[in-house]
Design a protein around this ligand. Structure first.
Ligand code: SF4
Length: 310
């Protein structure tokens, strides 16, 4: 589960991938669900059968009490084996890290690009040592930008270095254009050519490349599949991508499935519509009155992907 704890951040990275809806707002989300209190994050974690949580933002250390409270709720509900990692753009001190010991398993530091050339003498190197002494796993996670090879110096101190393919979107589009960057193609939001900076890093076991396509195609799909497996109704069809397909009848009046001859348990009344198996609807479309269509959407009545009128 991705737990976005706040959209507030003290930094102004030109490549910041946050959306306009989230940047600068002190709101929390568990995946796409707004979080008002612990019950919301538990509901989302249970819905997707989360095995771990990624704490992100904004800057989580701007809301340390909230982070500690949310992590405590997760660990109490799912046990200490529920793995929690936390991203931060600052170099946290021992005083900041100590309250999270036992609640967060791993710290992922995001040093600013301008610090990479002198990373070994930066506060981030000290934060790595401090975090390790307190028992955290520690890694660096940064976008693919010029200067990546400078981070080789810090590799002996960390457990891993994750490099994310630079992504176009959210509030960074103008900055990308200003720097002459282009999209890799019309479908993906990866920035063309950014991989060349990662290639200059010495090839070491600790270095991992995370492509934008992997994040979309694999991470998102796996999350959808987990939610679909827990929420799909017996008549829904779950696709390989984790989306859910069902048939919909809008009778144009109060729904009366019994009068339409639909067997009990083969449908659900949702507002003014009746939802049923897409196959059953296709078979009977001619005899059934009203507006009829097949809808494909994200699980748990999420975003609509496609509507096919019948
Ligand atoms: S540290 Fe992260 S959230 Fe803050 S401005 Fe940079 S990229 Fe955006």
């Amino acid at each position: 589960m991705v737990l976005f704890v706040t959209g507030l951040c003290h930094r102004r990275c030109w490549y910041c991938p946050l959306s306009e809806e989230r940047a600068g707002r002190d709101d929390a989300y568990a995946n796409d669900r707004p979080v008002e209190g612990p019950e919301d994050l538990l509901a989302e974690a249970r819905l997707m059968g989360a095995l771990g949580t990624s704490i992100t933002g904004g800057e989580p250390f701007l809301v340390p009490d909230r982070v500690a409270r949310f992590c405590r709720v997760l660990k109490e509900a799912f046990g200490k084996e529920h793995h929690v990692h936390l991203y931060t753009g600052i170099a946290p001190t021992a005083e900041m890290l100590a309250p999270l010991a036992g609640l967060v398993d791993e710290i992922r530091l995001h040093p600013p690009q301008e610090d990479w050339a002198r990373i070994a003498g930066s506060p981030y190197a000290r934060a790595i040592t401090t975090a390790r002494e307190l028992g955290f796993s520690v890694g660096i996670e940064v976008p693919a930008l010029k200067g990546l090879p400078d981070l080789a110096e810090i590799l002996p101190l960390v457990d891993f270095l994750n490099i994310n393919e630079l992504e176009w979107g959210g509030i960074n589009a103008d900055e990308m254009r200003k720097r002459g960057f282009e999209l890799v193609d019309d479908i993906h939001n990866a920035v063309k050519g950014c991989r060349r900076w990662a290639k200059d890093l010495p090839h070491r076991k600790k270095v991992h490349w995370c492509s934008s396509r992997y994040k979309d195609a694999v991470q998102l799909r796996e999350r959808l599949k987990r939610i679909a497996a827990r929420t799909a109704r017996p008549f829904d069809e779950v696709t390989m991508d984790g989306t859910v397909i069902c048939g919909v009848i809008e009778p144009g009046g109060p729904p009366a499935p019994g009068r339409l001859g639909l067997p009990e348990g083969s449908y659900e009344v949702c507002g003014d519509a009746i939802e049923l198996s897409p196959k059953a609807l296709r078979r009977q479309a001619k005899r059934l009155p009203g507006k009829k269509y097949i809808v494909e959407r994200y699980p748990n009545r999420g975003v609509v992907v496609e509507v096919i009128p019948l």
